[in-house]
Design a protein around this ligand. Sequence first.
Ligand code: NAD
Length: 249
Amino acid sequence: MTDFEGLKALVTGGASGIGRATAELLAARGAQVAVLDLDPSSVEKPLRGYRADVTDDTSVREAVAAAVTDLGGLDIVVNNAGIGAQGTVEDNADEEWQRVFDVNVLGMVRTARAALPHLRNSAHAVIVNTCSIAATAGLPQRALYSATKGAVYSLTLAMAADHVREGVRVNCVNPGTVDTPWVGRLLDSAADSAAERTALESRQPTGRLVSAAEVAGAIAYLASPLSGATTGTSLAVDGGMQGLRLRPA
Ligand code: NAD
């Protein structure tokens, strides 16, 4: 793994889960890191926390501007803030579709829009979007969530095309089921959360959930000069969920 000495990074949704693990990894490798989150109160040095709601364009613009001023520039954007949604198309009203798209898709658009003028000044400009295997997997009971991640996947490719000549790379990671507070909340809401966890683990080809640190490692690779020729692509971090066709044990 290359080091990030001298590079300045911004991670949305960086106060928890995948975002937090990513912010900590980039900082441990020498980057200066700004975390933008609805609740940055748990963010500790050397990370810098900024309150931002990715559904509010003014909030994003102000937080990005403050972070860029404090860091003295911007090289890496990890567009990671996102929320879940369960159900079929019959289960969620229009307002819920709009709310989840506002966070998961428009949140990334707003952050990229605020960051791109700064990224164009960087000799190492890169955006990594946190997508999901839900973008292409056809998961049951995840119509709305999957549609948002499908949009993130297409957005990643389109942005990569739009900004490649400006020296800005854009890629995404597609995590499977990752052991974060988000999944913890889902398990807690089950009647028997221990049994639910065991069932979830047994559906993974590896027999275990993906760790946030493993997704952070993939994001760090895509954010690093090691992947300097890689743009407009996705990297699955899913314990083989999508690619493998295993016979039942
Ligand atoms: P998490 O709930 O642990 O963390 C999400 C963070 O985003 C929180 O700190 C939260 O405060 C922040 N956030 C939420 N809404 C926000 C808003 N409007 N503005 C600013 N910040 C906001 O979740 P996680 O599991 O780490 O998920 C992070 C990303 O990874 C999401 O985009 C999610 O879709 C994606 N993902 C997660 C999994 C999984 O299994 N956990 C799988 C695939 C993809």
